[in-house]
Design a protein around this ligand. Structure first.
Ligand SMILES: Cc1cc2nc3c(=O)[nH]c(=O)nc-3n(C[C@H](O)[C@H](O)[C@H](O)COP(=O)(O)OP(=O)(O)OC[C@H]3O[C@@H](n4cnc5c(N)ncnc54)[C@H](O)[C@@H]3O)c2cc1C
Length: 304
């Protein structure tokens, strides 16, 4: 498939070839999307999924706060949901948020409605789509605990409303395959005292400020915590705090955070992550699992 030969006619949204993805991710690295698609609405997106050539892969991204895009870019279509998918409504006693809605906005909307249960989202810099896919969580709260259902498109463009229990949510994971796309999510919340909800959010904000590097190019936690332990503790014990490769570094402040010091390549970040995994394995026998999702091809894998 070449850029001169658009594979996807008659889409109403914005379809652009060769769009650099680095500016669309927190880590600020990686190559271009072969195609970047911002659908006009869910039907437009379903049409893309239904009519694409079978060999054309599709992947959705949120705001790239848990994403490492490799230097060779991403083949096929990268779907980035935007404004038409960013609404918040209250339906049948549930707070319903579009997949492109920022978690922090959802947390503030719940506060404004005097609803408790999503305070933890105030500190997560991703979207609702990413939160469902990753079962994002922090400070004792997790997306899945409050999720009632998620509306999704399957890889063939069929729409489903899946109950939370059907999503296979676990620690920073779900059973949603790479080509399933979250459209909306509904949360069951509890009435609460707005002053207490606000105070809890403030507390979370303060604690994050103290413990995490928030104003740098990072992807959040690089590795999942292994059962019964903390990834950061193992990384520190293996002498990897502050470890560098080129312009990539394991943060001094929170050593499970990979940081792009400016000008890093995706390969430097990924290799540094692999070196940390290998040192932790040698030192402790524990196999760290990537929490950051890595997509795309290594350099040299680009299509012409
Ligand atoms: C400073 C910092 C702090 C963080 N703290 C936390 C934390 O406390 N807890 C936590 O859980 N995470 C944390 N993260 C990680 C990240 O914010 C979450 O994982 C978030 O849920 C990712 O959402 P996103 O929209 O950025 O998704 P992306 O990073 O863009 O994508 C992540 C994955 O979700 C998929 N995805 C995104 N949107 C959709 C969609 N609509 N449909 C289907 N799949 C989709 C992507 O394909 C990819 O596999 C932190 C990140 C940073 C940078």
């Amino acid at each position: 498939m070449t850029v001169a030969d658009p594979p996807l006619p008659r889409l109403r949204g914005r379809l652009r070839p060769r769009v650099p993805l680095a500016p669309l991710t927190w880590l600020r690295v990686g190559g271009a999307a072969e195609w970047l698609f911002q659908p006009a609405d869910a039907d437009d997106l379903a049409h893309l999924l239904r009519t694409r050539p079978p060999e054309l892969p599709v992947v959705a991204i949120g705001v790239g706060s848990n994403l490492l895009v490799r230097d060779g870019g991403v083949p096929g279509v990268v779907v980035r949901l935007s404004r038409p998918f960013a609404g918040i409504t209250f339906e049948d006693g549930l707070l319903v948020a579009g997949a492109a809605c920022l978690d922090q906005r959802v947390a503030r909307a719940a506060l404004a409605m005097g609803l408790s249960g999503l305070e933890f989202m105030i500190g997560i810099p991703g979207t609702v789509g990413g939160a469902v896919r990753m079962n994002a969580g922090a400070f004792g709260g997790e997306t899945g605990e409050r999720l009632e259902w998620a509306e999704v498109l399957d890889p063939r463009g069929e729409r489903h409303r899946l109950a939370a229990r059907e999503l296979g949510l676990g620690y920073r994971r779900s059973d949603l395959g790479g080509e399933w796309i979250v459209l909306r999510a509904a949360f069951r919340l509890t009435p609460g005292d707005p002053a207490r909800i606000r105070a809890r959010m403030e507390e979370i904000r303060r604690e994050r400020e103290q413990s995490q590097p928030l104003r740098v190019a990072t992807g959040g936690s690089t590795f999942k915590n292994p059962p019964g332990d903390k990834a950061w503790r193992l990384i520190a014990a293996a002498g990897c705090r502050g470890l560098r490769r080129g312009r990539a570094m394991m943060s001094e402040k929170h050593c499970n955070f990979l940081v792009n010091l400016g000008g890093a390549r995706a390969s430097e970040l990924e290799e540094l992550g692999e070196e940390v995994r290998s040192r932790v394995r040698e030192r402790t026998g524990v196999e760290l699992e990537w929490e950051i999702h890595r997509i795309g091809r290594p350099p040299g894998g680009e299509t012409s």
